[in-house]
Write a protein that binds this ligand. Structure first.
Ligand code: 25A
Ligand code: L14
Length: 342
């Protein structure tokens, strides 16, 4: 296997640090790794895998000689620098929402649509974290029984909103003295007009609202799911909620399958052998997935699988995964591994 020169843009962030960890842990065939962030972080030392890396400011010339550039520094940074990286011959794997819905840009979860990688023009988009874990879990069900409808409600961790949101949950929790602190600066969204405390709360807003009444996070789930599955007829709606969980997104998912007579056992069996999916489903032993136990794990965990008593072909389930790993860093590194294999 040829060795590659890698850059990570947003290397000091919640996702960028995990990308570096996964590259090392998975023995990704690197020739060199360049850590890039804003000017604010330039000069910071990061130790990993027995090496000391110095963070550099991201400039167009940073991408000279780079083969693969991972981006996770927000959409505006990707819009500015991804074309610069591509111009210099790099393939960009982008973790932001900047290019996901652009028609000719592949949006990839390798277990679902690796074939989309065979046709790219330098940029590959990594889907939204909530979308990735849902489609990875549902792919075997869709393949075996057909899938016409998804209604999902999410219970999302603060780390999805970046390192600053994790700090906000931490400081609000520490201020608790019988009363919940009322000060907030980051959540539900740094760019929103109003901010609400996340500690001891549940906020039904992730990102900002669209004129339709949905939030951008909800629309991402709805649109990206159709693009990844390659099925624009599928009915998908989402409600996205932020919880005071540090890491690990949970999802209550209702599906309708096409085939008649499908049982809970059929659904469970289809998921059991699927790559990257672990079924944790035994009510008698109180076995079900929880974000606290999914943190740090690569897999997508599924439990609480049950039939809708009122609707033929309807099933409910609970899907949990580490939003920074399969939801972001791991999926990006798996995309890179797949590119090298191809
Ligand atoms: O919705 P979007 O636009 O797609 O946004 C995606 C954002 O969501 C996060 C991630 O933020 C990303 O930026 N995210 C979480 N989960 C995600 C997922 N699954 C996800 N994104 C995609 N998929 P993050 O906080 O994890 O990382 C931000 C990184 O971007 C770097 N960055 C910022 N501006 C940059 C830039 N890099 C290059 N050029 C720029 N102009 C950022 O680096 C970080 O690596 P940094 O240099 O800003 O350093 C972060 C450190 O600085 C501290 N800090 C933050 N704000 C301030 C600050 N210090 C002083 N003053 C501040 N105002 C932080 O504590 C951190 O240590
Ligand atoms: O689109 O705030 O990849 O939880 C995923 C996490 C956007 C923000 C993305 C969050 C990000 C989202």
């Amino acid at each position: 296997m040829n060795k590659v020169n890698v850059a990570i843009v947003g290397a000091t962030g919640a996702v960028g640090t995990k990308i570096l960890e996964k590259l090392i842990e998975r023995n990704f065939p690197v020739q060199s790794i360049k850590l890039l962030a804003s000017k604010r972080s330039a000069g910071t030392e990061i130790a990993a895998g027995g090496f000391n890396y110095i963070v550099e400011e991201t400039v167009p010339e940073s991408f000279e000689g780079i083969d693969i550039a991972f981006f996770s520094a927000g959409g505006s940074i990707s819009e500015k620098f991804a074309p610069e990286a591509v111009k210099r011959g790099a393939v960009v794997i982008d973790n932001t929402s900047a290019f996901r819905m652009v028609e000719d840009i592949p949006l990839v979860v390798p277990e679902v649509n690796a074939q989309a990688l065979s046709n790219h023009a330098g940029i590959i988009a990594n889907p939204n974290c909530s979308t990735i874990q849902m489609v990875a879990a549902l792919q075997p069900v869709k393949e075996k029984f057909g899938l016409s409808r998804i209604i999902v409600s999410t219970y999302q961790a603060v780390s999805g909103a970046g390192a600053e949101a994790i700090d906000e949950l931490g400081s609000q929790s520490q201020q608790f003295e019988g009363r919940v602190a009322n000060e907030a600066e980051i959540l539900p969204s740094a760019s929103a007009a109003k901010h609400y405390p996340i500690a001891f709360n549940a906020i039904p807003q992730i990102d900002v609202f669209d004129a339709s009444g949905y939030t951008l996070e909800e629309l991402k789930m709805m649109n990206e799911t159709k693009k990844i599955f390659g099925d624009y007829e599928m009915s998908v709606t989402a409600t996205c909620v932020r919880l005071p969980v540090v890491t690990g997104h949970s999802e209550s998912v209702y599906i309708e399958v096409d085939q008649e007579g499908v049982t809970v056992e059929d659904i469970r069996a289809s998921m059991e052998g699927a790559p990257g999916v672990v079924v944790q489903d035994n009510p008698a032993q109180q076995l079900y997935p929880m974000p606290l136990f999914a943190e740090g794990k690569d897999e997508v965990f599924v439990g609480r699988i049950r039939k809708d008593p009122n609707h033929a072909g309807g099933f409910h389930m609970w899907i949990v995964s580490d939003n920074l790993l399969k939801g972001a860093a791991l999926n990006s590194v798996q995309i890179a591994e797949q590119l090298i294999r191809q």
